[in-house]
Ligand binder design. Sequence first.
Ligand SMILES: Cc1cc2nc3c(=O)[nH]c(=O)nc-3n(C[C@H](O)[C@H](O)[C@H](O)COP(=O)(O)OP(=O)(O)OC[C@H]3O[C@@H](n4cnc5c(N)ncnc54)[C@H](O)[C@@H]3O)c2cc1C
Length: 179
Amino acid sequence: MADTGALDLGFDPAALKARYLEERDKRVRKDGNEQYVNVAGQFAHYLEDPYTERVERAPVKDHVEVAVIGGGFGGMLAAARLRKAGFNDIRMIETGGAFGGTWYWNRYPGAACDIESYIYLPLLEETGFMPKEKYTKAPEILAHSKRIAERFNLFDRALLSTGVTGMKWNEKKKAWTIE
Ligand SMILES: Cc1cc2nc3c(=O)[nH]c(=O)nc-3n(C[C@H](O)[C@H](O)[C@H](O)COP(=O)(O)OP(=O)(O)OC[C@H]3O[C@@H](n4cnc5c(N)ncnc54)[C@H](O)[C@@H]3O)c2cc1C
């Protein structure tokens, strides 16, 4: 019997899903995480932040409603959307000394996005920013990250130059303890 859903859509979702899975399987390696180089020994310096001097501070011990770990586009977007939804008690925690994630860490000459800026850069309308180029360069993307952080007040209570080393769920308090 014909699948009416497929007829309505003009394609067969099950067949399309199978095709995507087939392509995915070609790319998934058997060695999984073993394929990656451990960032230790001669590579350990890659864990250091060459852009921002780390200033020692006393440990912070308090409670926030939302903690976002990672200040790249993913974390910033989540926090910005939460702010728009009315959440105010938000804390960003980021290993790097500033927001931007990928664009904070990658500063080699010529680095740029390879998807059109107008599609790739988040929150353009909300920040009123128009990228200068079709494939905008890394410094402009880093600057846009700062713009997002300022527009959505993400610096407020943020812990920068701060890496999360562990998280434990406290069932009694219904809260995460973040280390
Ligand atoms: C040169 C270049 C060009 C690219 N171009 C494109 C493009 O055109 N289109 C596209 O879609 N993608 C592109 N990408 C991919 C890019 O990485 C993603 O688009 C996006 O920026 C990833 O955002 P993210 O928030 O998921 O991760 P990230 O940007 O990696 O952010 C994660 C953040 O979490 C922080 N973090 C990690 N662990 C911890 C911890 N334990 N404690 C505290 N903080 C932590 C990291 O320091 C980092 O800042 C490009 C990447 C590069 C390098």
